[in-house]
Design a protein around this ligand. Structure first.
Ligand code: AN7
Length: 362
């Protein structure tokens, strides 16, 4: 919200609502609660492609570089701005960690009370620390994400809290801007887009974004959408909700996705697919992309990379294709997993050069 003490800053990136207002359900009356999210880089991952024997170009949409270090900021600037427009006083969400981090930050900016409900013991440390430091009322339940979402729906039905999960359609509107940015950055639509799938809001949002850009003549094609779930949490692939989802990729440890139909529809309409990757495949891709191209993304973000490896093995990506994938969250969100997956430890030595030379084999 602009106040008299603020100056005009036309050259400053001012977030996704400012940039893409014409595509979003906002008006002059909508307050703009922003942390300057969006405008994330599209980073080439040519070393990864060579390492897996591909013959295409791969660009990673590095959403970990958003203000709270995940793609959720795009949806949350919309959800919190619209909550303010409605004069809501309390916002609430269920979360595997990233939604709660974003909700907590944007609610702080908007001076709203924020309640986050988390599955106890299954939240990465970085994400939990975010909810707490941004000052959200943080509730841990003895249950999983699906239980938390059920409770939040019931809180919403009291009419006393505004739900900011992706069952709130304005979240999808904000998140679709990542698809616009990819097309703007490439100067065209990609041939394939890969992304992880948990509650399925983001795949729904990307497909909506790619379709709208095509319909408004900003692009002349739409990509095939390839979504990836974790093997132990793949209800969309297995065809039924899962009671006790399990995966190392805690962000996508979800058994009954809210946007089920949106995900199935994106895969079907785009001639794409929803696949699944095992925890071993996910952690292999997670470590490989860090060491091949210097991209540190959280485990859930590696699911689409595992999917790309599968697609190369099936010979599904024609030579010369332009492939994009979303790195949904930053690797620093989950330092415990990085330490356990790296498989190495610092070498402790005496404080002299000779000891260091010996330790590094020189
Ligand atoms: C890094 O934060 O559901 O399919 O509560 O954090 O749109 O759910 C997070 C999801 C992918 C899946 N990658 O996106 C939450 C939450 C990361 C994520 C997903 C999530 P959706």
């Amino acid at each position: 919200m602009s106040t008299s003490s603020q100056i005009e800053t036309p050259n400053r990136w001012q977030g996704i609502i400012h940039r893409y207002a014409e595509f979003l359900p906002v008006s002059e009356a909508t307050p703009r609660i922003t942390l300057c999210e969006g405008n994330t880089p599209l980073v080439s991952a040519e070393n990864f492609v060579s390492a897996i024997g591909g013959k295409f170009s791969l660009y990673l949409k590095y959403e970990g570089l958003n203000p709270t270090a995940s793609f959720k900021d795009r949806g949350m600037t919309m959800a919190i701005s619209k909550a303010c427009e409605k004069n809501a006083e309390v916002v609430a969400c269920a979360s595997t960690g990233n939604t709660s981090a974003a909700a907590a930050a944007y609610a702080a900016k908007a001076k709203l009370k924020c309640v986050v409900i988390l599955p106890h013991g299954n939240i990465a440390m970085g994400k939990l620390s975010q909810a707490l430091i941004y000052g959200a009322e943080t509730i841990a339940i003895k249950g999983n994400f699906d239980d938390a979402l059920r409770i939040v729906r019931e809180l919403g039905e009291t009419g006393r809290v505004e739900v900011v999960n992706s069952i709130n359609p304005v979240r999808i509107e904000g998140q679709k801007t990542a698809a616009f940015e990819i097309c703007d950055q490439l100067g065209r639509a990609p041939d394939f887009h890969f992304l992880p799938v948990g509650n399925a809001g983001n795949i729904t949002a990307y497909w909506k974004g790619f379709k709208e850009y095509f319909d408004r003549d900003h692009t002349d094609k739409k990509p095939r959408i390839f979504g990836f779930q974790a093997d132990g949490a793949a209800p969309l692939v297995d065809g039924a909700p899962i009671k006790n989802p399990e995966t190392v990729a805690t962000a996508i440890r979800i058994g009954n996705p809210a946007s089920w139909d949106g995900a199935i529809n994106a895969a079907k309409e785009s001639n794409g697919m929803i696949g699944k990757a095992t925890d071993d495949e996910i952690l292999h891709a997670y470590k490989t992309i860090a060491q091949s191209d210097g991209i540190f993304a959280e485990p859930a973000s590696a699911a689409p990379l595992a999917g790309i490896i599968q697609a190369v093995k099936r010979n599904e990506i024609p030579a010369g294709s332009i492939v994009t994938a979303t790195m949904t969250g930053h690797g620093l969100k989950d330092p415990d997993r990085a330490l356990s997956t790296a498989g190495t430890e610092p070498i402790l030595v005496e404080p002299n050069t000779a000891s260091v030379m010996k330790a590094i084999g020189m």
